[in-house]
Unconditional design. Structure first.
Length: 88
């Protein structure tokens, strides 16, 4: 799976913001705020990755149970799917 569309990521103070660019900005006229966990997920999705790849990145970077990581990743991916921002 991979992010669908063109986006830029910007750091604004302590927040990470993702903004659509090009044709993606016409279709998706929003911005996305990322926390530290969702930033790791987003960075994984910049390449074609599997769910297991994302899970490994999250559990390697944060002290979190595998069950909680799976729940967090699924919630983020469901949000991406709801806006049609994910190629699977």
């Amino acid at each position: 799976m991979k992010i669908r569309g063109e986006f830029i990521t910007r750091q604004i103070l302590d927040d990470t913001v993702v903004l659509p660019v090009g044709n993606t900005a016409i279709e998706f006229n929003n911005m996305i705020m990322l926390n530290s966990v969702s930033l790791v997920i987003w960075q994984c999705l910049e390449n074609d990755v599997s769910f297991d790849d994302i899970l490994k990145a999250v559990t390697d970077n944060f002290e979190v149970s595998q069950e909680q990581a799976v729940a967090d990743i699924r919630e983020f991916l469901d949000g991406m799917r709801s806006y049609n921002l994910l190629d699977e």
